[in-house]
Design a protein around this ligand. Sequence first.
Ligand code: CP
Length: 349
Amino acid sequence: MIQTDRIQKPDIMQTAQRDIQLTESGELKHFLSIEGLSRDKLLEILDTADQLVDVNGKTTNKLPLLRGKTVANLFFENSTRTRTTFELAAKRLSADVLNINVNVSAVSKGETLLDTLRNLQAMQCDMFVVRHASSGAAHFIARHVEPHISVINAGDGQHSHPTQAMLDMFAIRRNKGDFSKLKVVIVGDILHSRVARSQIHALNILGTGSVTAVGPKTLLPDQVRELGVQIRHDLDGALVGADVVIGLRLQKERMRSALLSSEDEYYRSFGLTERRMKLAKPDAIVMHPGPTNRGVEIEASVADGPQSIILEQVTGGIAVRMAIMSITMGNIEKQLNKSKSQMHDDQAG
Ligand code: CP
């Protein structure tokens, strides 16, 4: 059992604390959640990521932006894509990277999250990339770290997965351009999805033409409307005229009771199949944050087909994570330099 001290668990529909991720002058120093951020902040991330990729979408070779900095990847939940692309991103920014294997760390001996962090701070880490099963974990950590440390949320419970949402926005913008003209359909287990929540916030902030969430009633409660989306329970109807179709994983590990009659039944009603994709626009793109369950959420021929940009999402994740890390660290440096020069002026005065 992980000791997390007193993690504040935000209501899943509640807006997370807004100001803790910003410096006094309103710039990003942590990246914890999308909600509350301005359109300009999201565009700054997308534009910076654009500068970090070449025409093929590959990230540029090493840049010195995080030289001398140490990034600690703290993953209390499993991950393939997020952890490895954060590692690649940090290395491409010339940072040193520590991958903390939580299962063989002193956390398994009962050490609290705060004690783990204090020890990593004592090792002079500069950035914590955190994935945790508890909603609010990254906010909790950000409230307790020293001022020179940036905290990046790599997924907290059912609450937020903001870097995933930003890499999804990056992939949409590169393929489709202007958000205001787009009809976006998100289908699946919206109830348990931190990805969907962050995507919906990002799509709304970026002024997307229409955003529709689709799923069975058990996985798509009416409250989701409060996030500013249309909700539907018929995928065929929702797909008509769609430009962007995003599938989500069934999060069985988060389902506390039987919310589905069977996976076969789910696939029949909500699976992204070739037949169904014909209802969307002919040039619609298909996305999925991964991991995908073929034959449950998506037909293999759709996942691997010409409309799928699933692997392009993964590649773009490196540039987007480089952008977020360099922006937050740069803003912390600016703030620390400002404080130092103020102290110097005060002493001189
Ligand atoms: N999309 C995503 O978060 O994947 P991982 O769980 O593999 O990091």
